[in-house]
Structure formats: structure tokens, C-alpha cells
Design a protein around this ligand. Structure first.
Ligand code: FE
Ligand code: FE
Ligand code: ZN
Length: 276
């Protein structure tokens, strides 16, 4: 069983997105919680969500992934940007309570010059202030490539955030492009990387995986995704990831530079390689 999908638009609702996922032989997908430029998120259509839930259940969907906008920066040096981000986070967590079988993923943020320690504390505080008593969604920190002043470029940085958060369902979403470009050698030493992930985070906190190849090399700290098998990671290491007994159960989301049809071809390629 391979749980795989890609990033899809929910502009026509969740039911349409689930149908679109099925049309490319996917059983999960990722969506943006709101317009990346911010502003108010569209009201949820509960009837649409109910219909989507039925179709996803019927087709054995893995959890779906809600991605916060890239502009949500909980650790900017500017207080108004932090405040704006925190309001988004709160609102997203409230909305996600209505979307069954969903995980919430966000980029920890960019410290914009104030340093990693201060930023880490700001992210922790924002999370602790936004998680309510009845919050029940898994909240995932994405592992980042480390471009600019990005926080979350190493497993140690992610661990520090997790340690400060007073909430059991805090975990990570790994991204193969980001891991590789931040220096984790998924090509030559996948077992070693998985061991580090287990030591530093705990595999039980890894809930999702962004499956991307990369245009830039190991340790480059650059964030440019490439099509599956066409970047510096290559097809076989990607297959090793999705078949690894410690990772194979995860929802794998393609964020490669491709349209939906192209993602369907990538899914086909991977399934063919797995003989499924
Ligand atoms: Fe992301
Ligand atoms: Fe990603
Ligand atoms: Zn990326």
C-alpha cells in the first residue's frame, strides 16, 4: 500500500479535490488553508466536507495535509507580522477541527535577523497561545532547506520547538528536497538519516512526507524542487524512501514543479517501480 498524492487546489471544494485525487490514482492530497497573501479564509462548506469525507472513506484515503500559507511567519522580527501570523494559526486550527482526517503543516518561520534562539521561543509561544483545550489536530513542523534565515533547517532545531510546546500532537512533516539540501544524505545513507530522525524527533512524531527531488545539491541550503527522478536525488533513493518499513505508511505528497496531470504521471511511475 502506497499513500500518495499531490498538492491540489480546493477552490472548488474538498469533494472536487478528492475526486481530482482519485482521477490520478492518489489517496491523499495537500491543500493551502487560505490564500498565501493572507486575508480571511473562505467559509467552510460543511455539506461539501461531508461529501468529501464519504468519498475519502470509501476509497481508503490516508490523512490529508493542510499547508499554512508561506507568508505565515511566527518569528519575524516585526511584531505586526508575528501577530498577523498568530491570528492565521489560530483561525486555521479552528477550521481544521471541521475537516476530518487532516494534519496541519507549517513552515516554522524565518527569524529575519533576530537569531535562532529568540525565534524558537516566539514559535513556541505562538503555538502554546493558539492551541485550545479542544484542539485535536496533529500540528506538523516542516523540515526546511535552510535558505535565508529559515528556522527548522535541522532536526535539532525542530526538536527544540517540539520540546517547548505543551501539546501531545506536535510532530514533523519531512521534505526530501529540504532534507537533502540542508545536508541529510538521503542518497548515500538513508538508514543513517532515519536513525537520526528517530533519535532526535522520534518516528512516532513523523506524520507526513513531502516527496520532491531537488535541483540543488547536498547541503546547498537551496529550496528548488525538481520532478521525481530528474534531480540530484534520483529515482532509486526516492523509491527507497517510500518503501522503507519505517516510512512506508506515511502520506507522501508530491510538490514537484508539475500540473495535476503531470503529478498523475509521477504517481504512475512510482507505482510501476513498486509493481503495484
Ligand atoms: Fe512547505
Ligand atoms: Fe514541502
Ligand atoms: Zn520547498
Amino acid at each position: 500500500m502506497l499513500n500518495i498524492g499531490c498538492h491540489l487546489s480546493i477552490s472548488k471544494g474538498f469533494y472536487k479535490a478528492a475526486q481530482e485525487a482519485l482521477s490520478i490514482d492518489a489517496n491523499t492530497f495537500q491543500f493551502f488553508t487560505r490564500n498565501p497573501r493572507g486575508g480571511k479564509a473562505k467559509a467552510l462548506d460543511l455539506e461539501d466536507i461531508k461529501k468529501a469525507k464519504e468519498v475519502m472513506k470509501l476509497n481508503n484515503f490516508a490523512p490529508i495535509l493542510a499547508h499554512a500559507p508561506y507568508t505565515m511567519n511566527l518569528c519575524s522580527a516585526k511584531p505586526d507580522i508575528r501577530e498577523f501570523a498568530k491570528n492565521m494559526l489560530k483561525d486555521d486550527l479552528e477550521r481544521l477541527a471541521q475537516i476530518p482526517n487532516s494534519l496541519y503543516n507549517f513552515h516554522p518561520g524565518s527569524h529575519t535577523g533576530q537569531g535562532i534562539e529568540k525565534a524558537t521561543q516566539q514559535i513556541i509561544d505562538a503555538l502554546n497561545e493558539s492551541i485550545e483545550k479542544d484542539t485535536n489536530t496533529w500540528i506538523l513542523l516542516e523540515s526546511m532547506s535552510g535558505k535565508g534565515t529559515e528556522v527548522g533547517r535541522s532536526l535539532e532545531e525542530l526538536r527544540q520547538i517540539i520540546d517547548g510546546v505543551n501539546y501531545e500532537k506536535i510532530g514533523v512533516c519531512l521534505d526530501s528536497c529540504h532534507l537533502y539540501s540542508s545536508g541529510y544524505d538521503l542518497v548515500k545513507d538513508l538508514d543513517g538519516v532515519i536513525e537520526k530522525i528517530d533519535d532526535m524527533i522520534g518516528l512516532e512524531r513523523v506524520k507526513a512526507f513531502h516527496l520532491n527531488d531537488t535541483k540543488h545539491g547536498l547541503g546547498s541550503n537551496k529550496d528548488r524542487h525538481e520532478l521525481i527522478g530528474e534531480g540530484l536525488i534520483g529515482l532509486q533513493p526516492i523509491i527507497n524512501i517510500i518503501t522503507d518499513p519505517k516510512l512506508a505508511h506515511l502520506p507522501f505528497i508530491l510538490e514537484t514543479p508539475n500540473d495535476v496531470k503531470g503529478h498523475g504521471e509521477e504517481i504512475k511511475l512510482l507505482k510501476q517501480a513498486l509493481g503495484i
